[in-house]
Design a protein around this ligand. Structure first.
Ligand SMILES: [Zn+2]
Length: 255
């Protein structure tokens, strides 16, 4: 078994520059909000925990396996509804950083137990997690790269099982385009066309099991675009791991 290891190459360079005072203020504000509201469950509002046992139990039973046209095999930790949707929005848009741990735990479990991606008979593989990029304008508004932070936490949990794990922002998104909320498949593809670019210095090494990581899958356009961009650079993507499934096209459920 390989020694546990988490590799984060070029970490300082991987982040989009956050040089404005506004971005720093947003990041500080997000952290403060998490201190103010840590004892209200982000999923159901119950007091006592930032993510209560009932919500954790409900999500733990709802892993979804997705086959989306042109996208790599995808595993979702749960549906984009109910407590998980509420918690994701709280993390993503309202700075509830305390949810990183619970999200990373359920996503790491989903990845390691998904028959599409993990082979329990194989020796511990060398995983390489590539977070889906956000629009630069969204990163500035949030004051952080929310998917990079989540991918690093997932990587730490997988490394704790004895696997070697790398995390790198190998795909970036060029500025421009629109928020994809409300767009259909064709419009999403057009919105992303020519805007997903690889960072040559951040590419996963050959032989690594490359997994894209994103928060929500809706049409699969982002996962497809990232996979195609990496393929053009000679990197084969084995699968994708998302927190929430908003497709309505899940092919199977398993606990
Ligand atoms: Zn709850």
């Amino acid at each position: 078994m390989n020694p546990p290891e988490l590799i984060v190459p070029g970490r300082a360079d991987a982040a989009e520059p956050m040089t404005t005072m506004y971005s720093r203020f947003r990041a500080m504000s997000a952290g403060l909000l998490d201190l103010v509201l840590p004892l209200l469950c982000a999923g159901c509002g119950a007091s006592g925990h930032s993510w209560c046992d009932r919500c954790a139990g409900a999500v733990g039973e709802s892993r979804l396996l997705l086959a989306l046209d042109g996208a790599p095999p995808t595993v979702a930790a749960g549906p984009y509804s109910g407590p998980l949707r509420a918690a994701l929005l709280a993390y993503k848009e309202r700075g509830r950083h305390g949810l990183l741990g619970p999200f990373a735990r359920i996503m790491a479990t989903a990845l390691l137990t998904a028959p599409l991606l993990a082979d329990a008979r194989a020796p511990a593989p060398r995983w390489w997690l590539v977070p889906a990029p956000s629009r630069p304008a969204a990163v500035r508004a949030r004051g952080r790269e929310h998917m990079r932070l989540l991918a690093e936490q997932i990587g730490e949990r997988i490394a704790a099982t004895g696997a070697t794990v790398g995390v790198s922002c190998a795909v970036r998104m060029r500025a421009g385009g629109h928020d994809s909320v409300g767009l259909g498949t064709r419009a999403r593809r057009a919105n992303l066309r020519g805007r997903l670019l690889v960072r040559p210095g951040e590419l996963p090494p050959s032989g690594a099991k490359v997994v894209l990581v994103d928060d929500v899958v809706t049409t699969g356009s982002t996962l497809r675009g990232c996979s195609e961009a990496l393929a053009a650079a000679g990197v084969v993507v084995s699968g994708a791991l998302v927190l929430c499934d908003a497709t309505g096209h899940s092919t199977s459920r398993s606990g």
